[in-house]
Design a protein around this ligand. Sequence first.
Ligand code: GCW
Length: 680
Amino acid sequence: FSQNDYKLWLQYDSIEDSELKQSYLDAFKAINVMGNSPSLDVSHKEISKAYHSFFNEELKTAESGDGLLILANIDQLPANMRSDVKSDIENINSEGYIIMSLEQNGNKVILITAKTDIGVLYGSFRLIKEMQLHNDLSNLAIIDSPKIQKRVLNHWDNLDRTVERGYAGFSIWDWHLLPELIKPEYTDYARANASIGINGTVLTNVNANSLILTEQYIEKVKALAEVFRPYGIQVYLTARFSAPLESGDVDTADPLNAEVRQWWKDKADEIYAEIPDFGGFLVKANSEGQPGPNNYDRTHVDGANMLAEAVAPHNGIVMWRAFVYSEDDPEDRAKQAYSEFVPFDGRFKENVLVQVKNGPIDFQPREPFHPVFGAMPNTPLMMEFQITQEYLGFASHLVFLPKLFEETLEEDTYVNGENSTVAKVIDGSLSNKKLTGMAGVANIGTAKNWTGHPFGQSSWYGFGRLAWDPYMSSEEIAEEWLKMTFTNEEAFIYPVTDLMIKSREAVVKYMTPLGLHHIMDTGHHYGPGPWVSNLSRPEWNPVYYHKADEEGIGFDRTQSGSDALSQYANPIAEKYSSPETTPEKYLLWFHHLPWDYEMDNGETLWHNLATTYQEGVEDVEEMVDTWNNMEEYVDKERFEKVAMLLQIQLKESKWWRDACLSYFQQFSGMEIPESVPQPE
Ligand code: GCW
């Protein structure tokens, strides 16, 4: 087994080009770390590791001289150097960094500085990345800061190490052997996350187990927190709302009950005594059977604010999820989070972030943005993306998710006029929010390559990049990741970047084209299941979403239907109210249309549905071909693994096409166009 898969984007391949190598060795001969701290230590260690790996030489330390790399927090810098970066330092935030080429007593040096040691660590990873990307080091002037504060992975990991919606083995948290056994994976996890700026991790599933809040488990969490701390990563836990009740200490979990409130305060004090930089709680309440304030006729505000009060003295936060839908109103699940949360705008305490999924249903291959974005200007809203591919072929399909994330972030909510993008809601700039955050449901497990599919790593990587800068282009992310993970060869980078970018639209086409959604087989959500109609809750059944019948197909969310569309601002609400002016990618999300409805290209809806499924298959064929031409650039192990997985994806794209077209054909009664293979 080669280690390449395990090393993620931190391969640090040796620099073979002799000219480039020489230019690096001229610019960077030795290191001087000023000051002392665990974060500076790991920065030094990481740079030394990379140096050795790039150049096959040990990195020496020195006090001065030409080609010196200086690592220092701004407070540790000698006055003359501090004045060199005086104006720049004002332009970065507490996690930002500056990388500058400077003249020092006639010598050329590189300075990495920041307001905090964590900023220096981020700068260190950036300098390493400049070398991974083969960028010039001779004249550096890089200034960067994260645009979002809480950049957090959400692990849906259970205490028995199963992972809900996890497809990469078991949980990497080995609770049974913690706190004593500290695995090297924990450090590598922290390195990987710090390298992309992730600064928080929720260790446990939102479908929470209150055991995690007991003394024994807090000891285990503390051990992990100690590994992560130098890397700037805070730990968070999920809080099961009924924990006080389950502890046996009190006989209710009513958030307005004084004893319950005290219980949470004591619990917070207990955790913070062990883990002083504990991040806070993530809560799924009154959703899919989880307990919550509604059980006591209290509101989400009551629940969230109670927990917020408990962690506030310790600078903790509460991430309260808006993923709610109840059996009481099965008319349109897409409307419920908005209906339940928007009336509470402005009533949450200031250390509460309301965490909203990117779309109003549930992590589909494509959804319009969630209408709550923009509709709660007085509440800090946190984005929740799903990195694990619950509805997108698990870890067997290659789907580069940053393309999906980018699409959501770029969408215009229009709430404050044009250019009120979702990214601006999330980074707080649209309505001046102090607390900001982005969460990604992790796709990480015990698989030797962390994510099962080797390309699953790119979605983890890209999530981190977009949490740092939600305006980044997915193409740039793909390119960076490929270079750092595989090779800088242009003949590899261009075609494979293209493959990655197209992979998202491919999955939409072969699973849920033209705005279809949630037609995966139920329970596991793998493979097609548009026919499923027998589950106890109507909104768990695919037939609820596509509504295919002899008349047509699609979910009418206009005024004549559920009117979910009215939750969007104008001009969206107006524009999408008619199928003619609805973008075709969202057509069946908002409209129920006859099978012979005429599409933009003059063909019928049925025709385009069929040909789009087929295009999806052809896109995967193209991905297969592209990859097969890449053999010379990739090690055998990763090459073959991806090639074999692509064959599965190809087979399954046909499965999707054939299953959906045969099923829908019963209703359309129309012929499958000749250009599309007839289902057997
Ligand atoms: O996507 C759905 C999943 C559940 C998940 C839930 C949620 C953690 O099918 O497995 O539970 O969403 O986000 O809470």
